[in-house]
Design a protein around this ligand. Sequence first.
Ligand SMILES: [Zn+2]
Length: 253
Amino acid sequence: MKNVLLTMLFTISSATVFANDEKPKTIHWTYTGATGVEHWGDLSPDFITCKTGKNQSPVNISTHTVDANLPAVNFKYNMLTAKKIINTGHSIQVNMWSGSGGEIMVDNKLFQLKQFHFHTPSENTIDGQHAPLEAHFVHLNKSGEITVVAILFELGTADRTLANLIKHMPMDKGQENTLDADVLDHMQGEFNSTQYFRFNGSLTTPPCTEGVRWIVMKKPMSISKEQLEVFQNALKHPNARPVQPLNARVVVQ
Ligand SMILES: [Zn+2]
């Protein structure tokens, strides 16, 4: 299972799953059409959780949800370790050098930042409303557990960090560009935040694996209309899975 997860996190444009003989097989999936979101669970036995799972992501978050007095998450990010920006066909993804772009502490466990990527429009909704863009920071711990930190972007002024990524934006599927260390240096930092929503969920792409800790930051970042259009043009289609039923879950804040 751990290998499958690691493979999923770094796969390009299609889901690669290792069978017992360790020969990878590739399963094509998309957001629309015959291999679109409604059909993911039927494309492969490995994707069955996409249709049978009860703790699926994304979800709609009500701002009137339970107040659980959540502890601060400690972020220690080091974006100098960002290596490549890749157009996977499913997303725009930034991978880290040597497997880590920093750390977060959640539930007294240390998670390392492996990659971050973007969805437009947002996948999670707040009080039923999509944001134009959502970033997912994907972390793994030693046991292969996953924590995703989500940041929503609202239309406004241009964002400097995104501007630096956009300089290197891979506009075509399969294209990958190297990031200059200096364009990301201002993203270093350590901070604590208690301002987030928290729930259990899944990967939002096949194989829709559950047991993922989700942290959605309350404070949105800002993106200009022109910047948003670069992401939309690079992706060529919306890449947001529809919101999934909460079932027995509670979102806390
Ligand atoms: Zn994502």
